[in-house]
Design a protein around this ligand. Structure first.
Ligand SMILES: NC(=O)c1ccc[n+]([C@@H]2O[C@H](COP(=O)([O-])OP(=O)(O)OC[C@H]3O[C@@H](n4cnc5c(N)ncnc54)[C@H](OP(=O)(O)O)[C@@H]3O)[C@@H](O)[C@H]2O)c1
Length: 312
């Protein structure tokens, strides 16, 4: 069996020139150069390790990537919007982090293969894969167009399956860690989030099944159920017709900060856990779902009647 995370070649990557695309969101191009930096890996728990974080041009993914860099990892950033991805990469580079980036749609397998190939080309190996990219929604199932359901489900299921499938040979070689970013809404479902909850819940079974299949390879899969977290101001989710709309209001007092969440994700990885549930509300839902499911559902139905704003 491969020794976990051993034998890393702590080499310095040579700077490559690249041009910043002048449109906001461009489809990934086959063979597009992976921007990278010259900064060597730092010190910290993840020193000498290479991590890919999908959907890391913004939000929680960006903070998780930043925390990985702080703890010494060499990190490959990913997203759909080339301009924003490049802004993030450049900010990390200016902070002295060892970072590369790759525009790729994680719901497209060929683009995931390119993401993985370019990560290996940049840093030589893959030790950690965090599948964070996701599209969320706020719409009741009765109103939802089938296409919106599919898009949300695809981003949460295939957006995790495809990068993992493409990275599997490298993760096997490094006895690496895979972390699926899920939600506390996957634990018991959430009204107005059917496709999102279904997609996030699928990751639970996928984790379990693959840990059984891959037992003995050294690869460790785990799922982190995030609770309410501070969002970027421009975060958008899909409505019933597929329009990008602001996320439903959440009381800031119930939210963890993105950096708190990032640190919790890294702790989960360091401890090689299979499941982590964040926030007191997440722990309560987990407990109620296991031991008092009917009472939990009664509470949710009450909130649907009395806290409409929470779901709509
Ligand atoms: N925020 C919360 O309260 C909360 C709660 C529970 C779970 N989570 C989970 O935490 C993760 C991060 O959430 P967030 O709030 O940071 O979301 P976010 O701000 O919407 O960030 C998601 C990122 O994923 C990218 N992305 C979406 N689809 C992609 C695709 N097909 N290929 C590549 N990149 C793609 C987005 O890029 P573009 O912007 O260019 O589309 C964006 O950078 C998600 O998995 C989410 O479900 C969040």
């Amino acid at each position: 069996m491969t020794k976990p995370l051993a034998g890393f070649d702590n080499r310095v990557i040579s700077e490559k020139s690249f041009t910043l695309p002048d449109t906001d969101s461009q489809p990934a191009q086959a063979g597009e150069e992976i921007p990278r930096t010259t900064t060597p890996a730092g010190s910290g728990f993840f020193a000498g390790k290479v991590a890919i974080v999908t959907g890391s041009e913004s939000g929680i993914g960006r903070e998780t990537a930043r925390e990985l860099c702080r703890q010494g990892a060499q990190v490959v950033l990913n997203g759909l919007c080339s301009k924003r991805l490049e802004q993030t990469r450049r900010a990390f580079w200016q902070a002295g982090y060892s970072v590369a980036s790759c525009v790729a749609d994680v719901t497209d397998y060929a683009q995931c293969e390119r993401l993985i190939n370019e990560a290996v080309q940049a840093f030589g190996r893959i030790d950690v894969l965090i599948t964070n990219a996701s599209i969320s929604m706020r719409a009741y199932f009765a109103d939802l167009t089938p296409d919106v359901f599919r898009r949300v489900l695809d981003s949460n299921v295939y957006g995790s399956v495809y990068p993992l499938k493409a990275a599997l040979p490298y993760l096997t070689e490094s006895a690496g860690v895979v972390t699926f970013i899920s939600s506390i809404s996957a634990l018991n479902g959430m009204p107005s989030g059917s496709a999102y909850c279904a997609g996030k819940a699928a990751l639970i079974n996928l984790t379990h099944t693959l840990n059984l299949e891959l037992h003995g390879t050294g690869i460790q899969l785990g799922v982190v159920h995030l609770g309410f977290t501070q969002n970027d101001d421009d975060k958008r989710v899909l409505d019933a017709a597929g329009l990008a709309v602001p996320i439903a209001y959440r009381n800031p007092r119930w939210q963890m900060s993105q950096s708190e969440v990032a640190r919790a994700i890294l702790k989960h990885i360091r401890k090689r856990r299979t499941k982590t549930v964040l926030t007191p509300m997440g722990l309560l839902i987990n407990f109620m779902t296991c031991y008092f499911p009917k009472t939990g559902d009664r509470v949710i139905r009450w909130t649907m009647k009395n806290w409409k704003r929470f779901y709509e």
